[in-house]
Design a protein around this ligand. Structure first.
Ligand code: ADP
Ligand code: MG
Length: 738
């Protein structure tokens, strides 16, 4: 696999072993050297370095971890005579009949040539050739070209804009190999990019520290990262190209595992640190708001609510900050738990600050809880974007001075720099909307931003979508998790039925019937991927029009989708909540925990395209008042047994946790690991959806390491600790441990 000049992994390791310095010092030195700016790589220079920098590639380390996004299998070099239109292939030959013309219309170079080998020729065309490309092509030059063969107008076979590599005369470098393809700055030839990576690997590859302990390598069947990266940038001749392209080669697994392991170590360490860090001190209870509140309640708390509350109570009495996620099904009563917890904090003289993902939700919490606050004699404030001028200044001033104990707002209040001097508890509703790292910024609310030793407020996070326990432990590795796994009594499950397209009439009749009774209804469209967004909007828009003109003439039909501004969306949602609109056609933006007690029916179009947990979350929006709820799922994938089986689960299962587990088993973890909750941007090589299994393994491995050395303080953990601080220290705010 090795090219001359590339590091032999063993050489690097031997050197490390003979080094008299201790392993942590070695790792630290290696990591420092890997920070060498790219302009010091031979052939890069300041201009190129700046271009690379704009892609986020600044140091040698960045470049080494810049994995190919694709591989070309050039092991099968074809003879020109055997070119078959429609096939992608590699050809090797010499350039002949090279013509470069400037095309004024396109303002670009038009280049054509023939590639000739001893069997025949293929034509090559570049319609918009950038200067560097034009410069690289010369008559008689030996090239390897790679691309899709097309049938030319004159019957000749040709390649348009092929990848190519100029071959050195007499070079004995094997042509037939798997070639990496990189994301690269505009104007930089792939060849150059490959050369720089190879240089970086040759000059600095041995600086990649031994980040995976030998026992881990063995247990998990992995390669040292140094070897893995070498293989990924320069695959073995006999490597499996498909595996490489699927990112599932052993080398890929090793690099990804390494990154996940350190994340898990970081989260694990963070959790332990929190247990030693200081929480904002809470005074002695001066009142007993929580007890008074219980007397005001028209119902009794469920056993699960009591259990979770006592877990929270225990956390609040400790001197370290709580960071607890409450997982509960829709309607399991999370709000009341958070409210009672807030009262426990308020009765000890501190503020409780609630954050909701939308203004509407913030308003809903405020509207529901303010009467209780007033009954207890507590001041409450709603902080939203609508607040202006003197009113705003007055309110924020009172919040900042700690005079208003109960504050509800949107996430925006953090960005706006609002402070709550006596914040004792932060409550985040619909936690899944916030990324893993984002939630760390919450401490800023309590003032003293950035100061690591400053006491932190307690945090209570509420997740609307039950996550399978296994995944919750991994995703929220730095938190304690409570499960609110019981519904208040007397809840009637939403009656759910699956329909085919041909039964649409019956579905519409069911809606009309409910509307005639004075109830309200949702029709939900899927929003699959960003690229489909327009089509989905079109679908929902067209459907709304058709419904207004057709089956629902005379009813007030509204439309809600993700292309509308937050203000527009809030306005529509408000009209629906207030009953001005009777039927709401919407995309999944509606899923957030909004309460419209009068809504009794939900129709989900293309239900086959939804995750089960998402469907469950959606149907939780109906039947929240006195009347029973109904959910009609339209399956547009007839004859797909898998889709049918999945949707059938919705008819019989009503426990959000069981549904989540079923979803995990049937579809894998994608539903929970989507970008919106995990912040893909936090990673270099990991794709949480693709690498979910490795995530679980890395978690296990981190537990093994932390069980042996909880603070990573033993000498044998020193190198791991140095690497951990380098990678995650700042991002996970592990500073105090460094
Ligand atoms: P979610 O967990 O989805 O946020 P909510 O907190 O909005 O659920 O609660 C749903 C409804 O159930 C609310 O109207 C709330 O007042 C009510 N509720 C909460 N706890 C109980 C209980 N123990 N018994 C009866 N109703 C309850
Ligand atoms: Mg809620």
């Amino acid at each position: 696999m090795r090219v001359s000049g590339s590091p032999t992994p063993n050489a690097g390791r031997k050197r490390a072993k003979n080094d008299p310095a201790d392993p942590a010092e070695t790792a630290t030195r290696q990591l420092r050297e890997l920070q060498t700016p790219l302009r010091f790589i031979r052939g890069v220079g300041p201009t190129r370095a700046e271009q690379l920098g704009r892609l986020g590639l600044k140091s040698v380390e960045d470049l080494l971890y810049h994995l190919p996004f694709r591989y070309e299998d050039r092991r099968l070099v074809k003879r020109c005579r055997d070119a078959v239109p429609g096939e992608t292939a590699t050809f090797v030959g010499r350039l002949a009949g090279l013509r470069k013309r400037f095309d004024p219309r396109r303002r670009a170079q038009l280049i054509s040539a023939a590639l000739v080998d001893d069997s025949g020729a293929v034509s090559l065309f570049w319609y918009r050739a950038p200067a560097y490309l034009a410069a690289a092509l010369a008559e008689g030059r030996r090239l390897a070209v790679h691309g899709r063969v097309e049938q030319g107008p004159g019957g000749e076979k040709r390649l348009v804009h092929p990848e190519f590599e100029a071959l050195d005369e007499g070079a004995d470098e094997p042509l037939e190999r798997i070639v990496p393809v990189y994301v690269r700055p505009g104007g930089v030839a792939l060849n150059l990019m490959r050369r720089w990576v190879a240089r970086a690997l040759a000059d600095y590859g041995d600086r990649l520290p031994d980040s995976l302990p030998p026992a881990t390598l063995e247990r998990r069947g992995l390669l040292a990262v140094r070897d893995a990266l070498a293989r990924l940038h320069r695959p073995d001749r006999d490597a499996d190209a498909d595996e490489l392209n699927r990112f599932s080669s052993r080398a890929h697994r090793s690099v990804v595992f390494d990154e996940l392991l350190y994340l898990q170590l970081g989260l694990g360490l963070r959790k332990r640190l929190r247990r030693t860090g200081d929480a904002v001190p809470l005074g002695k209870p001066a009142r007993s708001y929580a007890a008074e509140m219980r007397r005001l309640l028209p119902f009794r708390l469920t056993v699960a609510q009591e259990r979770v509350l006592s877990e929270i109570d225990r956390d609040l009495q400790a001197s370290h900050p709580m960071q607890r996620l409450v997982q509960g099904d829709v309607g399991s009563g999370k709000t009341m738990v958070a409210w009672l917890a807030s009262l426990r904090v308020m009765e000890r003289g501190a503020q409780a600050v609630w954050l909701a993902p939308t203004e509407l939700l913030a308003e809903q919490h405020f509207r529901n809880l303010r009467p209780f606050a007033e009954a207890l004699g507590l001041r409450a404030a709603l902080v939203t974007g609508g607040l202006r001028g003197a009113e705003r200044a007055r309110l924020l001033g009172a919040v900042e001075r700690g005079e208003i104990p109960f504050v509800v707002g949107t996430h925006a209040i953090i960005q706006e720099g609002v402070r709550a001097a006596r914040m004792g508890l932060g409550v985040i509703d619909e936690q899944h909307r916030f990324g893993v790292l984002q939630r760390l910024s919450l401490r800023k609310l309590a003032g003293d931003a950035g100061s690591l030793s400053a006491p932190e407020p307690h945090l209570l996070l509420m997740s609307a979508t039950p996550i399978p326990r296994s995944l919750a432990m991994v995703l929220y590795g730095d938190m304690d998790v409570s499960f609110l796994d019981q519904m208040p009594p007397g809840r009637r499950p939403v009656l759910t039925e699956v329909f085919g397209e041909e039964q649409r009439r019956a579905v519409y009749e069911a809606i009309v019937e409910e509307l005639r009774r004075g109830h309200q209804a949702f029709v939900v469209y899927p929003l699959v991927e960003a690229s489909d967004r327009l089509a989905d909007v079109r679908d929902a828009t067209r459907m709304a029009e058709r419904m207004r003109a057709g089956a629902f003439r005379g009813f007030r039909v509204g439309l809600l989708h993700g292309r509308m501004s937050p203000e527009e969306r809030d306005a529509v949602m408000r009209s629906f909540r207030d009953g001005t609109l009777q039927l709401l056609v919407c995309t999944t933006v509606v899923e957030v925990g909004i309460d419209v007690p009068n809504a009794t029916v939900m129709v989900v179009e293309h239900a086959d395209r939804f995750g089960l947990s998402q469907l469950h979350q959606l149907r939780g929006r109906v039947g929240r008042g006195g009347a029973p709820g109904r959910c009609l799922l339209i399956n547009r994938a007839p004859g797909n047994p898998a889709a049918e089986r999945r949707l059938k689960v919705m008819e019989t299962e009503h426990d959000g946790f069981k549904i989540a587990e079923a979803d995990l088993a049937l579809r894998g973890p994608g539903e929970w690991l989507g970008t919106r909750q995990s912040g893909q941007g936090d990673f270099r090589t990991v794709n949480l959806v693709r690498d979910a299994r490795l995530l679980l393994e890395a978690r296990e491995e981190a537990e093994i390491l932390l069980a042996a050395d909880p603070g990573l303080e033993k000498p044998e953990s020193a190198a791991i600790r140095a690497i951990l601080m380098h990678r995650w220290g700042r991002r996970l705010e592990l500073g105090a441990a460094g």
